[in-house]
Design a protein around this ligand. Sequence first.
Ligand SMILES: Cc1ncc(COP(=O)(O)O)c(C=O)c1O
Length: 371
Amino acid sequence: MNVPLLDLVAQYHSIRDEVLPALLRVVERQQFILGEEVAALERAIAELSHARHGIGCASGTDALLLPLRTLELQPGDEVITPSFTFFATAGTIHNTGGKPVFVDIDPGTFNLSPAAVEAALTPRTRAVVVVHLFGQMADLQPILTLAARHNLMVIEDAAQAIGARRRIGDAWRMAGESGAVGAFSFFPSKNLGGWGDGGMMVTQNDALAERLRRLRTHGGAKQYHHDEVGYNSRLDTLQAAVLLAKLPHLGAWSAARRARALRYTEALSGLAGVCPPRIDPANEHIFHQYTIRADRRDDLVAHLRKSGIGCAVYYPLPLHLQPCFAHLGYLRGSLPATEAAAESVVSLPIYPELTDQQQDAVIAAVRSFYQ
Ligand SMILES: Cc1ncc(COP(=O)(O)O)c(C=O)c1O
């Protein structure tokens, strides 16, 4: 049986009759830029994230870029971030004039380690970009405390974690709720994916929200008046219509992903050579990815592909070892937990439409490799 890593066509068939009429309404109105669906989605995502403001933008990358721009980073200013993440997390630090300072991860959750953040602080540190990787929130509280003490901006890269939450004290905190800005991506493969690129920033801060709104429209609050130089980074109205139609399903989709994850973990736990992902007990995971550690990972990947099972390695080359960051001077061995993860991880198919039979085929293919 062939099992794709992700099956967006299956999702499309399940929601077509909700999404197509919503798209058609935008087409009939011909209001494609910052139409009413964008404002409605901004309110809905802000509400989901317990935030005062939602500001749509062109991509998850821009949802990181714009808040970093507000820092007006000077040469030598440092921004701490994990190396085990998608490239945009650090690319945006570089592109806003900052120097990425890469820190190691907790080997269990793959998220950045608060102790490593503290050890990396210098007088030039301006911000921390915390990534909630694979749909599980990082240990945010100690980082928020450090940031308050050292006057640093905390940006939550929640591109993979929309709707994820974590118990902090006696309250549930949503991904994106507690940092100065939370950044979401609506890339099609995300848990809430558009039919093209899209992103959203959320914040509790009124003044910051206003500045981010300006920055996404060339830096001008009033048309043809520019207080600063910004960007063209708007969320497309057609994308907002798709996302609004999909949003009511997100809770059930995330629950279905959690159920799939539990089933994988029960099936794979006893298998020598495989280590299922660890869930921090404080977290409610949304399983954007189900990522195991595997002995002889590259051979397993080849075996799965030969068996018709989709899988992917997120991420094979950590950012501190990327050629474009060679000038930062990191050597192999400098972030051991990150490098070990890059050599051993593989993500298996996980999506709400995955059937029991498909999941059984994935489990059987993994088992047959090790037994
Ligand atoms: C952790 C992380 N940060 C940032 C991004 C960038 O989002 P986008 O692809 O929407 O620009 C992504 C998405 O791919 C991501 O996974």
